[in-house]
Ligand binder design. Structure first.
Ligand code: 9YW
Length: 448
């Protein structure tokens, strides 16, 4: 029996609820990604969280970015987790061992040894916009943040270009599904078959299973074995980015990360021009942006029009239909007809406009696709944070009406005030963690 979905929301109430979530997850210099399930700082979460924080105080938003950048590795990588001083998450810093094994990793704070999608320049740009709507102090704080973070963000983009696209193809590779941010997406099923955990995989105990009762909402144990085995491989390469690229059994050019890299490089170049940063660095960012934008467009399947990942180990395109296929809508680069067609597909009856959905929010996998699992993490549920990213990109590329629809439909979805990590698309049930910080942050941005 389908539960009646009658969710009404009040924008002021939602904004107040979102602000409460951010405040209560704030442990001082970091807002943890979620209260119990993720009690540390995650890289791309921190970027979205800082956008939400900007509405509570530009200084506090800047502090979040500064906390993250203080953990940047000497070679330029921004790590995917910055550990706070609480435990409570597996794998913790001991499992990674980055401070002992890597020459580039900081001794403090402790971090993981991989990265996440480069949305940070987008966040700094958005914080500046919010700051410029505020007081003279807000404005000054926003501008100071750009000056203080620009070079670190440039070095981060340079790291991605040098170590994750060494041949200059425009597609940025990931060495772990976690780096995509879409951990167990069906995009990774094929490449993960080549990740074969050895008998010497050290034993471990999952903590997430105790916090999310319904195991069907989280990745499986086999998936976790593979996730952990990749960490062993990287430990053996001492997290040297060249060795990892050459030896790791998972190496996939990620079209969604590449699209984010393209548009974020443009945002960073714009900021660099405005704030008088070195012209040579700005020019490099423009080159990377153009190259990645073209590569994302060139990856599109000739019939479906969806962009595709490329398995660098097997030399094969990955023909799996997921939300990541709409990557060209994040970075642009298609001709006008193709862009309109892709936009229509995203909002049409196979995706966000699917007649079974309670809110017209893009699901991570189409309900019409064989791989659709309505409750399982990145295999079907709707993620408000991803919806915000598409909305931001729509607005940037002039698709104003589509941006407005994503906003109202996502607000409807989260109208229960749980600020969940993800939602069941057919019933609207809140899934995963409640009081998830990045969900609250993007809702606050949309409601303010
Ligand atoms: C995990 C924090 C992170 C996100 C990822 C998401 C999830 C961690 O949570 O990964 O243990 O499952 O997949 O994108 O950054 O919110």
């Amino acid at each position: 029996v389908r539960r009646a979905f009658r969710r009404t929301y009040d924008v002021t109430d939602l904004a107040m609820g979102a602000a409460d979530v951010l405040r209560s997850n704030d442990i001082g210099t970091m807002v943890t990604a979620a209260p119990a399930l993720y009690p540390h700082m995650w890289s791309w979460d921190a970027a979205f969280i800082s956008i939400g924080l900007a509405h509570l105080g530009v200084d506090r938003a800047g502090q979040e970015i500064r906390t993250l950048l203080a953990a940047q590795w000497a070679d330029g990588m921004i790590p995917h987790i910055v550990y706070g001083d609480r435990g409570g998450y597996f794998p913790g810093p001991g499992r990674w061992g980055t401070a002992e094994l890597s020459a580039s990793a900081p001794q403090a704070p402790l971090t993981s040894g991989i990265c996440q999608p480069p949305v940070h320049a987008i966040a700094v740009g958005r914080i500046l916009e919010v700051a410029r709507r505020g007081s003279a102090e807000d404005r000054a704080a926003g501008e100071q943040l750009v000056r203080d973070s620009w070079d670190a963000l440039y070095r981060w983009h340079a790291w991605l270009s040098q170590y994750r696209d060494p041949d200059g193809t425009g597609l940025i590779a990931v060495v772990h599904g976690w780096e995509s941010g879409m951990d167990n997406s069906p995009r990774w099923d094929q490449p993960y078959t080549a990740v074969v955990p050895g008998p010497d995989l050290p034993p471990y105990v999952r903590l997430d299973r105790e916090l999310v009762r319904d195991g069907a909402e989280r990745p499986t144990d086999l998936e976790y074995d593979r996730y952990l085995w990749l960490i062993e491989e990287m430990r053996r390469a001492s997290y040297d980015p060249v060795k990892v690229y050459d030896t790791c059994s998972f190496l996939v050019a990620d079209v969604f990360v590449s699209a984010i890299f393209a548009v974020a490089s443009d945002v960073l170049a714009d900021l660099g021009e405005e704030f008088g940063q070195p012209a040579a660095h700005v020019a490099e960012l423009r080159t990377w942006a153009a190259r990645s934008r073209a590569a994302v467009a060139a990856s599109c399947h000739p019939e479906t029009g969806l962009a595709r990942d490329f398995d660098r180990r097997t030399g094969q395109w990955i023909d799996v239909e997921t939300l990541a296929g709409f990557a060209p809508l994040i970075c642009g680069g298609l001709d006008a007809d193709a862009e309109r067609a892709l936009l229509a597909t995203l909002h049409g009856p196979r995706w966000a406009g699917h007649p079974e959905l309670v809110a017209k929010v893009p699901p991570t996998v189409s309900p019409d696709s064989a791989g659709f699992k309505s409750r399982e993490y990145w295999r079907g549920p709707q993620w408000p944070v991803v919806s915000w990213l598409f909305g931001w990109a729509h607005a940037r590329h002039g698709h104003t009406a589509a941006a407005a629809t994503l906003r109202t439909e996502t607000l409807k979805l989260v109208g229960d005030g749980a600020f969940s990590e993800y939602y069941e698309p057919v019933t609207g049930e809140a899934l995963g963690s409640r009081m998830q910080s990045w969900t609250a942050a993007v809702i606050l941005d949309w409601c303010t």
